[in-house]
Design a binder for this molecule. Sequence first.
Ligand SMILES: [Zn+2]
Length: 322
Amino acid sequence: MTIHIGVDLGGSNLRVASYGPDGLVPLSHHREDVGEPRDPAAIVERLAGVIERIAGAAGPVTVGIGIAAMLRDRKGTVSNSPHLRWRDVAFGAMLASRLGGRFELGVYNDVNAITWGESVGGAARGCRDVLAVYVGTGIGGGIIANGALLEGASNCAGEIGHVKVRWDEDALPCQCGSRGCVEAYVGGSYVMKRIAAELGAGAKTSAINIAGGIEKVMPSHVDQAAADGDAWALGLWSELAPLLAVALGNALALLNSGRLILGGGLLGRAPTLYQLVETALLIVAPVATLEALEIVPAELGDDAGLVGAAHLAAAHVSTFRG
Ligand SMILES: [Zn+2]
């Protein structure tokens, strides 16, 4: 029996699961902290060890890896990964040479893998045109167009976090090196900074009580406060929601997606913000695209990337078919 392995390599966790022919129910599951050292050789060695242990004596084995990185090519060369602190790393080639010929590898951007996972067995099931947007620490996106994952000419299609929502002198700088990106306003690490700055400057809000202290306030607490009608929290969310909605609406004008999946660590725990984004989107998106659109929350959570990477790799070596 062919074994299909999915890997999710992020800045915090390394997760590996194996799947049988159905590709959805995991046969085994492994999780560890990425921790230190995180130089490429050390990570490749650890990952290869886990993959070999999970694969056992089975063969052939396909391995799909979703990695939190910008990839330069389809061989898994990482041009930049702020999460892993890698630049110009021939990750795919290193892992392939370490594992040897029994393993067929595919390396994918993590959000693309997540998007594909939702399409295989989650919120995008049965839909051929999908835009998936995840608001966590940053903002990532994945696009399925006409049934295929859209990777783009240099593998960076779907990077909706770096769509511009401001382009004036006051536009906020973004970690990508540009400024005015939607991520620099609505991405989790920027929202956290904004919350800390405003509370530090004396903003009054029930989010402080909900969190149990000024330094403990997270976006989820702001969301609860906003739901209770707290003026500061509602003000902040009402400023940020339209910025994300504009980025989404512009993307929909280009893509005419049938399903918009919204998820991620921040948005998934902020139902009030989610609602405000949805309301604003209904105003800014072209009416002709809204008629065909369903807006749905992500379903598979942390497993989406594992399922998606396993399926992408399997499809590329023609094993999940039929
Ligand atoms: Zn940016």
